[in-house]
Design a protein. Structure first.
Length: 319
């Protein structure tokens, strides 16, 4: 029987990994566990008692016995070792490396999986995101935004997708900046595969790959929605290059607005909007004055200046 499950960070991660294997236990159940309660778990029996407490508050959690919990614990040990061997760091929500801004989310990640420079997660960040179907003008704007952010010492956060994300990551790197790619899959694979080289370049340039999904989990529509909220939560503000009104980018936009963080869209002329439907959200949000409009170097620079005040607001929200 495993002994002493709590006194190191390794062991707390094993507790979370074990509980997450139980059907019915998810992010909501896990965020209800306090650090003080976790510290009471000293062995497999006390871990089982914690499971029973969770089940008392949620009848949808599957019924298991102690031997089944031990099986889940052994699986958790294998998962932890596999990630360590792959050079992937597991971060739990009580670790110093865990971004405190994630605690503003309605459903914060319990565990994060990271490769590369973890310090990137605690620098001033700006999300630069948008459609996969980037227009030539959008390409120029993404390159402009990525360049200015890098020159202003902002870490560029994006999702490694083809199109706007790729342009923003590359522009940041071309200007010797740091960038974080948040993925909707396990870090044992790169999605899309076409950006494997870009992912390697991000790591070689002191950047970071981040996910809330363990190895073996593939990207799908639901996971990408979860990824989008992390982009907004990690960043001081969000810049949208181009996006359709029903695109996945809007998940990050909604989270940015929910957290009352600065939001900006690049603005284009009417001919552009007629030709490129993947910029329909730009037109609508700017017409309704739901976001700031960007169109040149100065406007991007001014927006980043506004973002500088966000850390104080985050701290006030958390404490």
């Amino acid at each position: 029987m495993p002994k002493g499950l709590v006194n190191t960070m390794l062991e707390s991660k094993l507790i979370f990994l074990t509980l997450l294997h139980i059907r019915g236990i998810g992010r909501k159940s896990m965020t209800d566990i306090s650090k003080e309660r976790l510290c009471l778990v000293q062995n497999l029996q006390s871990l089982y008692e914690l499971y029973q407490e969770l089940r008392e508050n949620n009848a949808r959690i599957e019924v298991i016995d102690l031997s089944e919990l031990e099986c889940y614990f052994k699986i958790a040990e294998k998962i932890f070792k596999a990630h360590a061997q792959a050079g992937i760091t597991i971060i739990d929500r009580f670790d110093e490396e865990y971004p405190q801004s994630f605690n503003l989310l309605k459903s914060p990640p319990v565990l994060l999986y990271a490769k590369g420079n973890l310090a990137c997660l605690h620098k001033k960040c700006v999300a630069i995101i948008g459609t996969r179907h980037i227009s030539p003008q959008g390409q120029k704007m993404a390159e402009l935004a990525g360049k200015i952010a890098a020159n202003k010492d902002f870490t560029v956060v994006s999702g490694l997708a083809i199109g706007c994300d790729t342009a923003a990551h590359k522009a940041c790197l071309d200007n010797k900046g740091l960038t974080v790619a948040i993925l909707g899959n396990g870090l044992d694979t790169i999605y899309p595969a076409a950006n494997k080289g870009l992912a390697e370049r991000i790591l070689a340039s002191e950047g970071c790959l981040l996910s809330e999904f363990p190895m073996g989990v593939k990207a799908n529509a639901y996971n990408l929605v979860d990824r989008d909220r992390l982009q907004a939560a990690l960043s001081y503000g969000t810049i949208v290059i181009e996006a359709g009104i029903k695109s996945g980018t809007m998940n990050a936009v909604q989270e940015t607005m929910r957290e009352h963080k600065p939001l900006a869209f690049f603005e284009y002329d009417e001919e552009h909007y007629e030709k490129h439907t993947d910029s329909s959200a730009n037109k609508e949000y700017l017409l309704q004055k739901k976001a700031s409009g960007l169109n040149n170097y100065d406007s991007v620079e001014d927006f980043l200046e506004r973002c500088q005040a966000i850390p104080c607001a985050i701290e006030q929200s958390l404490f």
